[in-house]
Design a protein around this ligand. Structure first.
Ligand code: ATP
Ligand code: MG
Length: 574
C-alpha cells in the first residue's frame, strides 16, 4: 500500500524559490542562521482525522525538509485530553505514511514535554513573568477588554512569586477544582493584541489523557506548549496557517521570557479552502456523529482516509498540493482542480476494463450458441508496457441501456433499430429486432447480428461512428457500483441566505448505489485501493466493503474533466 516517497529534488542553485517560505529559508541559509539547518514539524492535534487541508501542510513541511536536506518531525499536539483519542493518533500516522512521507524515528508528543513545560512555568513565576490567577473564566472574559478598550489587571497580578509558586504546585497536585485557577503570563492588559493581555498558560483539567493517564491535571495552553515544543525539538521554521498570525507575538514572548537560545521562527501561510467542501475537523466530526456520512473514511469525506477509499492516489494529492502553491492571503480553490489531478494521474496509470451499470441483453443471432471467443483488448492506450488482455465474447452480451434508443434523436451514434455500432475491441453489430414486454412496453432484449469480418473494430467499406462498451453475459461478474457526487450542493457549504447551517446544504444525491451491474471477469482479482478505468464511465477502485457476495466498486471520479474546460474557457477569454 505504501507508495514511493515523493521526489526530493533540491532547487537548482541560483533558481528563484517557488514561494515566500522557500525564499525565507534560502535567505536564512545564506546568512548562516541555525548553521543552514532546516528542521520543520507537522503538528496535528489528535482530535479528528486528517483532511485535504492537512495534506497541504504535510506536503509543505515534509517537502521543504526534503528539498533543503533537513528533517521534519511528526508531533502530536495533544494538550486537550477531552477531545483527543488514540484512534486519531493511529489514523494520522497511517495517513501521513500513505501520502508518502517518513518521519523515521522522529515521532513526538507535546505530552512528552509536560514535565519540561511545567518546569518552565515555575521559571516564569520566579522571574516575575507569570502569576497564578484565581479569576474564573467568566471573570477573565469580563476583564479582558475589547478591540477598542484595554483590559483590566487581575487583582492577583501582583501577588508574590512565592505565593504563585505555592499555588501552582498545589494546582499540579490536584488540590483545586477545574476552572478555579490558571497560570497567566504577565504581559500587558492594554496591548492592542488581545492575545497578549495576560493570556493563560496552564489550566486545570481533571481528565484522563490518552497517553499520560491521570499523571497530570494541569494542562498547558496551545500557544505556550507549541512554542516550547518547537524549541525543544530545535525546529528552525515553524510553519502554520494564517489564523496564528496574531498569536506570533505570544509565541515569541514565550521564547524570549525564558531567554531560550536558537529560537524557531513562526511563519504563516494561507490555509486551503475548497469549493463544495468543509475543512474543519469539528464540522466533519459532526457529519460522522450525526450519521450524515458512513464514517470518517466515507468516500464523500474530504479526509485523507475518505479520499483514499474513494480511489485517490497519494501522487494525485501531492500533485494537487504542488499546484495550489502557497500564499499569504486566503482564497478558495476549485474542487475541480483536485479531481483533475486525479484524472491526470489515473489516465497515465490506470488499466482499462469494461463494465455495464444498467444492463440490456443483446442476443447475437448469427453467433453459435455455447461458443466463446477471446478478443484482445489493450490495457492502457497511454502505456504500451501495460500490455493486452483477453475479453470473452459470446452469443449473449450486455450493453448499457442508455446506449440504445428505440427512436434515436438526431446525431445519435449509438445503437438503434436497423443501425450499426462497434463493440469496443470486438465486432460491428446491427440491431435487427427489439423485444418488448407486451404488458408494459418496456424493452427487455435486443436481437442483433454481427459481422465476422469486423473483429477488433475494422469496418471494411463503411462508416460506423459509435463505439460502445459491453460484457459477455455468461462470464460477467455481478457488482455493486457506488457513484459519488459532491457532499454539498453549494460551493460555500457554510453559507445559505443567512441560515448558518451546513447540514441544510447537504446534497441528497451525493451517493447513488447501482446494483445488478456486470463487469468483465478480469476484475475478479482486483483488491481495495487498486485503481482502474471502466471505459466511458470513469475511474474506480474496489471498496473494502466487498465481501464474497460480489464486487463493490467506488467511482473515484468520472471521465468528464470540468477543470480542463474551465482552463480552456479562461484561455479563450484571455
Ligand atoms: P481544523 O480547523 O480542521 O480543525 P486544525 O488547524 O485545528 O484544523 P490541527 O490538527 O491543529 O488542525 O492542524 C495541524 C496543522 O495543519 C496545523 O499546522 C494547521 O495549520 C494545518 N492545517 C489545518 N487545516 C489546514 C488547511 N485547511 N490548510 C492548510 N493547513 C492546514
Ligand atoms: Mg489546531
Amino acid at each position: 500500500m505504501a507508495d514511493a516517497a515523493p521526489p526530493a529534488s533540491s532547487p537548482a542553485p541560483g533558481s528563484t524559490p517557488r514561494d515566500f517560505i522557500r525564499e525565507i529559508i534560502e535567505d536564512d541559509q545564506r546568512s548562516g542562521k541555525h548553521a543552514g539547518r532546516v528542521t520543520t514539524r507537522f503538528p496535528p492535534e489528535p482530535n479528528g482525522y486528517l483532511h485535504i487541508g492537512h495534506a497541504k501542510s504535510i506536503c509543505l513541511n515534509f517537502g521543504v525538509a526534503l528539498e533543503y536536506h533537513g528533517t521534519c518531525n511528526l508531533r502530536f499536539d495533544d494538550t486537550n485530553p477531552l477531545k483527543e483519542d488514540v484512534e486519531y493518533v493511529e489514523s494520522i500516522q497511517a495517513d501521513v505514511r500513505w501520502l508518502g512521507f517518513d518521519w523515521e524515528d522522529r515521532i513526538f508528543y507535546a505530552s512528552d514535554y509536560f514535565g519540561k513545560l511545567y518546569e518552565f512555568g515555575e521559571t516564569l513565576i520566579r522571574t516575575g513573568k507569570a502569576f497564578v490567577c484565581d479569576l474564573s473564566a467568566e471573570e477573565v472574559k469580563k476583564t479582558r477588554g475589547t478591540l477598542t478598550e484595554p483590559g483590566k489587571n487581575s487583582p492577583f497580578r501582583d501577588r508574590s512569586a512565592e505565593e504563585s509558586l505555592d499555588l501552582f504546585r498545589r494546582m499540579r497536585a490536584g488540590e483545586f477544582p477545574d476552572g478555579s485557577r490558571t497560570l497567566r503570563a504577565k504581559i500587558d492588559m492594554a496591548s492592542p493584541n488581545i492575545n497578549l493581555r495576560d493570556p493563560a498558560l496552564f489550566r486545570i483539567r481533571k481528565a484522563t489523557h490518552h497517553r499520560t493517564g491521570d499523571a497530570w491535571c494541569l494542562y498547558p495552553m496551545y500557544d505556550y506548549a507549541h512554542a516550547i515544543s518547537d524549541w525543544i525539538e530545535e525546529i528552525t521554521h515553524s510553519l502554520c496557517t494564517l489564523e496564528f498570525e496574531d498569536h506570533r507575538p505570544l509565541y515569541d514572548w514565550c521564547l524570549e521570557a525564558l531567554d531560550l537560545p536558537n529560537r524557531p521562527r513562526q511563519i504563516e501561510f494561507a490555509r486551503l479552502n475548497l469549493t463544495y467542501t468543509l475543512l474543519s475537523k469539528r464540522k466533519l466530526l459532526h457529519l460522522v456523529t450525526g450519521g450524515h456520512v458512513r464514517g470518517w473514511d466515507d468516500p464523500r469525506m474530504p479526509t485523507i482516509a475518505g479520499l483514499r477509499r474513494r480511489g485517490f492516489t497519494p501522487e494525485a494529492i501531492r500533485d494537487f498540493c504542488d499546484r495550489i502553491g502557497l500564499a499569504k492571503r486566503d482564497s478558495v480553490v476549485d474542487v475541480a482542480l483536485l479531481e483533475h489531478c486525479l484524472r491526470e494521474d489515473l489516465n497515465r496509470r490506470a488499466p482499462r476494463f469494461m463494465g455495464v451499470l444498467d444492463p440490456l441483453r443483446v442476443v447475437i443471432t448469427n453467433f453459435p450458441a455455447g461458443s466463446v471467443e477471446e478478443l484482445t483488448a489493450v490495457n492502457n492506450p497511454e502505456d504500451a508496457a501495460a500490455g493486452t488482455r483477453k475479453v470473452p465474447f459470446s452469443r449473449e452480451i450486455l450493453i448499457e441501456r442508455d446506449d440504445f434508443r428505440d427512436v434515436p434523436p438526431p446525431k445519435y451514434h449509438r445503437l438503434s433499430p436497423g443501425q450499426e455500432v462497434r463493440l469496443r475491441w470486438g465486432y460491428i453489430i446491427r440491431c435487427e429486432e427489439v423485444v418488448k414486454d407486451p404488458a408494459t412496453g418496456a424493452i427487455v432484449e435486443l436481437r442483433a447480428t454481427y459481422d465476422p469480418a469486423t473483429r477488433g473494430g475494422d469496418a471494411p467499406g463503411r462508416k460506423v461512428k459509435g463505439t460502445i462498451h459491453w460484457v459477455s453475459a455468461a462470464q460477467a461478474l455481478p457488482a455493486e457500483v457506488r457513484l459519488y457526487d459532491r457532499l454539498f450542493v453549494r460551493s460555500d457549504p457554510d453559507e445559505m441566505e443567512g441560515v448558518k447551517d451546513f447540514l441544510s446544504n447537504l446534497n441528497p444525491d451525493s451517493l447513488v448505489v447501482k446494483t445488478g451491474c456486470r463487469v468483465e471477469p478480469a476484475l475478479a482479482e482486483k483488491r481495495p485501493l487498486e485503481f482502474f478505468q471502466l471505459e466511458r464511465i470513469g475511474y474506480f477502485t474496489v471498496d473494502p466493503d466487498a465481501t464474497t457476495g460480489g464486487l463493490v466498486l467506488n467511482r473515484s471520479v468520472s471521465l468528464r474533466d470540468t477543470w480542463a474546460r474551465i482552463e480552456k474557457k479562461s484561455r479563450e477569454g484571455a
